[in-house]
Design a binder for this molecule. Structure first.
Ligand SMILES: *Cc1c(COP(=O)(O)O)cnc(C)c1O
Length: 350
């Protein structure tokens, strides 16, 4: 007997990549950072655990102030949340009454939130080369897309986004920059000239804090104040005090974070060229994952073969990209093992 309200009976929840239980698994399926958090983060978490009897700071100043500085904006331009997924949920809940427009192939949570909040959502097909063309986004709906996009890995130039924002001053344009630190397409430097642009970011991918759950949005003080209206109507303690301490320590460890990002980019470029030697078509990813297909082997076969060898990657059983797989970039050693197993797949080496 289900007691769930009728209006939610039809929900299809988001399906996260599997979290590995066995030690020996090489986990390349959820775009986590393969490197551990900086030592300062571990120490900050321990220290913060000693005051868990107190509520966390609802203004999250410990993170908001250094994060604003890191982004080159003022604290009133920044809000933090329990992962960027929570920020995205506020955006879908409160800023899309005229409907939502997003690409047909993008982050899988957008259609889930559209359903949850019962929005009118239109999906706009990517071009044949899997890129986003903002010319296709006419209308009055709120626009949201990931840049670089997932799972394609491809980014569009922030100047194109700025032109679009300027031509559509009455629409909120939301750019999900979960992978922004691995590429060079961030719109953050242009926010001050475009009050209808909002950038969403996360500490999960480039800052080693996926399990800490810390995300943010940066934009005009008005949009941030409206987001805070929703946040304080829902859960003013949405970011716990250990996570706030970890976020502050991460921002104070910028050299370590950037060194890890650079290693990931180097490994990504190496893996991409090795895969291309094996006839894989690999997009020019600006993220911490690769998106690829092979002319002779299906995506499902690659996914299943690697899984049997305890290497977890992602395969989306979705039209247009059913032959592709997405492989997160792990350490160089993990990717060398992954490549060796890929070479064993029948049909890869002709
Ligand atoms: C991973 C990811 C997120 C979610 O990040 P969290 O901060 O961990 O909730 C949001 N958007 C995109 C495009 C992502 O890939």
């Amino acid at each position: 007997m289900s007691f769930l309200d009728q209006k939610f009976q039809y929900l299809t929840p988001y399906v996260p990549g599997e979290q590995a239980i066995q030690e020996e698994v090489i986990k390349l399926n959820t775009n986590e950072n393969p490197y551990e958090p900086p030592k300062a983060v571990v120490e900050a978490a321990k220290a913060a655990s000693e005051t868990l009897n107190r509520y966390s700071d609802p203004d999250c100043q410990e993170v908001v102030i250094p994060l604003a500085e890191h982004l080159g904006v003022a604290p009133e331009n920044v809000i933090v949340g329990n992962g960027s997924d929570e920020i995205l949920s506020f955006l879908f809940q409160g800023f899309m009454e005229k409907g939502a427009q997003f690409p047909d192939i993008t982050y899988g949570f957008y259609p889930v939130y559209s359903d949850l909040f019962q929005l009118k959502a239109s999906t706009i097909p990517l071009k044949d080369d899997l890129t986003i063309d903002l010319e296709d986004y006419a209308g009055e709906e709120t626009v949201i897309f990931a840049n670089p996009n997932a799972p394609t890995g491809l980014g569009i130039s922030p100047t194109v986004i700025c032109d679009f924002a300027k031509a559509n001053p009455n629409r909120l344009i939301i750019i999900d920059e979960a992978y922004g630190d691995f590429g060079d397409v961030s719109a953050v430097p242009y926010l001050k000239d475009h009050p209808n642009l909002l950038v969403v970011g996360t500490f999960s991918k480039s800052r080693q804090l996926a399990g800490g759950r810390l995300g943010y949005a940066v934009g005009s003080p008005e949009v941030i104040a409206d987001l805070n209206k929703l946040r304080f109507s829902y859960n003013p303690y949405n970011v716990n005090s250990m996570t706030l301490a970890c976020g502050a320590a991460s921002l104070a460890s910028q050299d370590y974070v950037e060194a890890c990002t650079n290693k990931i980019i180097e490994t990504r470029e190496w893996m991409k060229s090795e895969l291309r030697k094996l006839d894989f078509e690999v997009t020019d990813s600006q993220t911490n994952f690769l998106f690829l297909q092979h002319p002779r082997v299906t995506g499902e076969k690659i996914f299943t073969y690697l899984k049997e060898k305890n290497i977890f990657i992602r395969w989306f059983n979705q039209s247009r990209i059913v032959n592709y797989v997405r492989i997160s970039i792990g350490t160089q050693a993990e990717m060398e093992k992954c490549l060796a197993v890929i070479k064993q797949i029948e049909g890869v080496e002709s």
